[in-house]
Design a binder for this molecule. Sequence first.
Ligand code: PHE
Length: 497
Amino acid sequence: MNLGNNERRMLKVMLSDSNRKWTLSELLEATGWDDQVHVAGAGKGLQEAGMVDIQESTSRLASLGEEGKRAVKEGLLESRLWDWIRNASEEQRNMGALMSSGFDRSETGPGIGILKGLGVEIASGNLIFSNGDEITKEIDRRADFINSLTNSPVELTVLDEDMTSHFSSRGGLLEFEEITTRAWQLTKSGKSVDESELIENQLIGELTPEMLQTDSWMGAEFKPFDVQAPAPTPVGGRRHPMQSLIERIRSVFLEMGFSEIDGDYVQSAGWNMDSLFIPQSHPARTMQDTFYLDRPSKVEVEDSYLDLWARVHEHGHDTGSRGWGGEFDKDESQRALLRTHTTVNTVRHIADNPSKPSRVFGIGRVFRQETIDRTHMPEFHQIEGIIHEPDANLPMLISTLKTFYAKMGYPDVRVRPAYFPYTEPSAEVDILWKGEWLELGGSGIFRPEVTEPLGTEWPVCAWGMGLERLAMLILGLDDIRQLYQPDLERLRKMPLL
Ligand code: PHE
């Protein structure tokens, strides 16, 4: 007999009570299968072999719609109106009082229609009826009908026909669905099968060398592969998306001939700001914007630099500038802070290598006292870089940034005039994203007030870009916090960069 294991099992079960019409749940229980597709599949096979008859019947079920569920909770519209009418005094029983009694406008219209159908009349605005008891009875019958559907769908054949047709003409109260039920029954030929033949073959899931050598596989049944079977997606470790973005940026700059530098989070105000000719009275230097430290509260700065910055800030020294005027405070210069930008690393690099041409970049964390919201965090990263060489110039700066963003996948870059205390000219850098220009950072040529105290005679192209904004674009996020929440589910779904 050419039956598969499932067919054999189902046939054996059915032979245990060979005249019975089996329902789906009976077959599931008797076979021990947990999925009805096995019953459907084996039943079909047995039907094709002429051993089983399948009888299908359809039935219509009624259940409560949205309005129906509401009626169970709050009462049918006619019940609520009728309660109001019965509780109202004679003088109150009129349309005017009803309208102002708290019923929604959308209810009073249809409500009156329903009451009229029950025998309530309206005469010059008054609500009149003579058969109160009958109205109460009919309304109770309707409420009982609706309540009887509360728990589960009910077959139409057992429901009161008048009620069903009344409520189906009122929108949203009832819903109908059709279901098909099947029953399986053995045919004559099915009943004649000898039960002892129905041994389930051992299914071979995996062929072993022994099976091949001993021929034991011959005549055996092979377990089919189910390529549709749901299987868990294996999750292995992976880099955090921010880390892989940093790696990518790193390799782009390395490819462009840049070397990487880094520096400490804790810096002196002098290197973070004075060296960049940011006036000591600049608003960004206040406590609200900068994290000053208590421990250490001071970071020492070499006297030679303090002297140079003091002269440049006070009167321009010999940079051709008039400086900011006022008195330079060397203690202020040595206050400890968390770096507010990575430009502190590039100026330090120039100071340490004043006569060595260099192209360097760094990707690092910076700190500012920002209120956390969709686009701001008190810690974020900057992509910083400089070109320091005799012929450095503005077109070189712009083409370098264009090349960088093109390699990252954003070929449309534009620069706009901007202002920073330490560059001249200064430019804001935007990239085109879905038809919109997005600002990603600042750039420019360092002013002589910056470069001369550092000991160089060459121009310096400099830039500092936001990393998180770029990451949000690439990852399609609209909230910067999503980058750092330890939500493994979301992180797993982020694209590999
Ligand atoms: N340091 C600036 C910032 O934090 C960016 C910048 C760097 C601007 C270098 C000009 C030159 O926004």
